[in-house]
Design a protein around this ligand. Sequence first.
Ligand SMILES: Cc1cc2nc3c(=O)[nH]c(=O)nc-3n(C[C@H](O)[C@H](O)[C@H](O)COP(=O)(O)OP(=O)(O)OC[C@H]3O[C@@H](n4cnc5c(N)ncnc54)[C@H](O)[C@@H]3O)c2cc1C
Length: 488
Amino acid sequence: MFESIWKEELIEKRPQLEGNKQTEVAVIGAGLAGILIAYYLQKNGKKVIVLEADRIGSGMTSNTTAKITSQHNLIYKKLITNFGQEKAKEYAEYNERAVKEYETLIKELQIPCDFEKKDSYVYSKEETKLLEEELQAARSLGINASITTETALPFPIYGAVKFPEQAQFHPIKFVKALAQHLEIYEKTMVKKRKGEHLLQVSVWEDEKECEYEVQADTIILANHYPMEKIKGLYALRMYQEREKILVIEEPHALPYGMYVAANNKGYSFRKYDKYVIVAGKNYRPGEQTEQDAFAEMENEVKQYYSQGTIAYHMVNQDCITLDKVPYIGRLTKGMENVYIATGFNKWGMSHAMVSALLLTEMICKGEDKKNSIFRPNRFAYKASKKELKQHMVTVIRQIALKPVQVQKKIVDQIEPEQGHILKKNGKRLAVYKEKDGTVYSFHARCPHLGCLLEWNKEEQSWDCPCHGSRFTKKGELINGPAKKDMKQ
Ligand SMILES: Cc1cc2nc3c(=O)[nH]c(=O)nc-3n(C[C@H](O)[C@H](O)[C@H](O)COP(=O)(O)OP(=O)(O)OC[C@H]3O[C@@H](n4cnc5c(N)ncnc54)[C@H](O)[C@@H]3O)c2cc1C
């Protein structure tokens, strides 16, 4: 049922690592962020290798909606309030630069990636003063924003804030083209970082796990969710959010613009070829309700595009920081040679480019950026307190309290092709039953930090509500931060 609209674009396979390796820069992760960072560092004279646990572009980049914009919903008023005018300006300028840099790069390398310049809009159906406030905030930071009531949306709106000259593209065609310039090892998982210069890497050869070491002057974590459990306390300062995407074949719809709903009260819309890509319904992994199910979204979206047919169902997730600003820079204070780029808050197209520009300035040009808004070791209490409380409640519930609420249920009562958390001899088990009655059972706790996993009925997976790791119904790792399968 789930297939990405971008997946038809195949990227050539790369070898896995076949021994120890030494390099100037080792980038972990070949998603959009890792690929862009590696490309810009290499362009600026560094010898770079990229280590990818799975395939190039197979992570969150493979299911994105790929709008390239500095308009990150209603962000600028909040940034000015929480961080002040100067830091908000830094955020705006880096992201505006990032949008322009895509155009320059795509022209320079002549990348065929369906790049199109489009205006970006944040719309509201209800009357609100938030749009006017955002307009003033954006303008005060030098952004050429305006307010309009004219859009190509299939319903009436109260108004929309417009940022002109933004863009959209085919993310996998873009990643594929840049990857051709880089030394990348696929099916090569970084298991551990030892100090500032050594990575322990694992590959599978003839069904045997082999471990190698990569020595690097500089290490960059661009693997979406940081692999560090303790350093920088990222697991406390970030969570993941999932969102559904419906792709409707409707050639005449949405002739111009890319749209997101103010404060996510509604769907986002963009066009690609003959399709409209509609995204919405946010929830933490493992915590979706019946209202989050695709059926409800399909009904709503069909009202807008009654002539259209549903071509793809997609689901994606991204890391959300508590203060809504990504972490780009040194992993922790005092660590000179280990960098991170994460927490893109569902705006990873521009933030991945910001990461490439900013880390190049730090690593190749020696700039410090210790006062940057993106500095990972910041703690913006004012901007974070509400989200922090909510995140802590979820984590504590999943680690300590949730088991008390688990119902006793015997295996016979589990429906075929469904999973359930059971209690046996005081232990929590994640049990999945096949159509033919075969039962698979696993430890119900996530191998990352021990949170209780939840069964995701719609996608048939085990998901961690605290940190977003996901596993197939048979316990195989889909995505981290966990680095291994569920324990049988
Ligand atoms: C519904 C939705 C819509 C979105 N739409 C937009 C949009 O319109 N515009 C926008 O700007 N952003 C959007 N985003 C956000 C964007 O998709 C992400 O921020 C971006 O794709 C993240 O890229 P990445 O390179 O950081 O991560 P990934 O693409 O996940 O890449 C990380 C890579 O690291 C690898 N990896 C992980 N662990 C290891 C390890 N231990 N060793 C080696 N490799 C490892 C993974 O296999 C993966 O390939 C959207 C997000 C969602 C959820």
